[in-house]
Design a protein around this ligand. Structure first.
Ligand code: SF4
Ligand code: SF4
Length: 321
């Protein structure tokens, strides 16, 4: 169905509200555009509303566009408190590290995987080094994009491409599904998922397919999960009824209760496989039993290091293999 960006076409069927804790809290649907505009930064940008709308209204894109409008109307600044640190860190990623970019193919671990799984990240750096592959730490820019900062989003992508080209990098290997979905359509450099590269190099073991939680980007289409499937023995079943891990759209600071309710829903599910470090971390912090597929494929055991995640992230600035 073609996507509809006009909330005035809403027939108020209530399907989006039925599938969204945020819309339920404020008793609105995507057609309530004035109220939605006020609450644009409370939305998790998970896309469930867009998925269920019978007439193709794309609630997620409509709300993201509202954030962009709010920024324009506020002289290019985010009109909400609580995002200064995030912007300070990610507008021009302060922990970027190109010291290990000695080859024209590099691993691009992103920000969250090394924060939560530092031991496995270092192991991956060593494994890839043996295959003539370097590592680059930088941020894809998705969180800045989700704040509605269009100008800064463009600057991040341009700077990233310039830095990669300056270091003669022709291919980046991405392990975060957020970075993958965000950068693949915009970066003028070859992007390969880590699962394709592991297969190409004959690294990793097949694992038993079980219950898989797909990240928000992978609903309806499976850009990264499709690359994981060759490592799965049997057919995976997708977790239903969890709208978002609770970290989407930078909304958790506005709606902490909804965020933990979303994440806490994994508690009763038993073992759940994920392929996003952030989802694994928040499920773990809220009592769930989540395991990152990449660790299982590599035979690594490491619990998400939520307590020291910030220190781990900062330290990537100096990591060298
Ligand atoms: S994108 Fe997600 S959180 Fe936002 S309104 Fe739609 S379903 Fe609700
Ligand atoms: S699902 Fe679509 S038509 Fe129904 S209330 Fe939501 S936006 Fe309106």
């Amino acid at each position: 169905m073609e996507k509809n960006m006009n909330p005035d076409d809403c027939i108020h069927c209530g399907k989006c509200k039925k599938n969204c804790l945020f819309l339920q809290k404020y008793d609105i649907d995507i057609g309530d555009k004035e109220k939605l505009y006020e609450l644009a930064y409370h939305c998790f940008l998970c896309g469930e509303c867009s998925k269920v709308c019978p007439i193709g209204i794309d609630g997620k894109e409509i709300i993201l566009e509202m954030r962009r409008r709010k920024v324009r109307e506020n002289n290019g600044k985010v009109p909400e408190n609580g995002y200064s640190l995030l912007q300070f860190e990610k507008k021009d990623y302060i922990y970027k590290n190109y010291k290990n970019s000695t080859n024209n193919t590099v691993l691009f671990p992103g920000c969250n995987f090394p924060s939560l799984f530092p031991k496995t990240t270092k192991k991956l750096m060593e494994i890839f080094k043996k295959h003539g592959i370097g590592t680059v730490f930088d941020c894809c820019g998705k969180p800045i994009s989700e704040l509605g900062l269009t100008k800064e989003e463009g600057e991040i992508v341009n700077r990233l491409e310039k830095n990669l080209k300056k270091h003669n990098i022709e291919e980046i290997i991405i392990l975060c599904p957020n970075c993958y979905a965000f950068l693949k359509p915009v970066l003028n450099i070859k992007i390969t998922s880590i699962y394709e590269k592991l297969q190409e190099l004959g690294i990793g073991e097949k694992i038993e397919a079980g219950k898989v939680y797909p990240t928000c980007q992978e609903r309806g289409n499976f850009p990264m999960f499709g690359k994981i499937e060759p490592f799965l023995d049997g057919e995976a079943s997708f977790v239903e009824g969890i709208q978002c891990c609770g970290l989407g759209g930078c909304a958790s600071s506005k709606e902490p209760e909804i965020s933990s309710t979303m994440a806490g829903k994994t508690k009763d599910l038993g073992k759940v496989l994920t392929f996003c470090a952030s989802c694994t971390g928040i499920f773990d912090r809220n009592g769930g039993d989540a395991e990152h597929i990449l660790l299982k494929i590599l035979g690594e055991e490491e619990n998400p290091d939520s307590k020291k995640s910030m220190i781990n992230r900062i330290s990537t600035r100096w990591w060298k293999v």
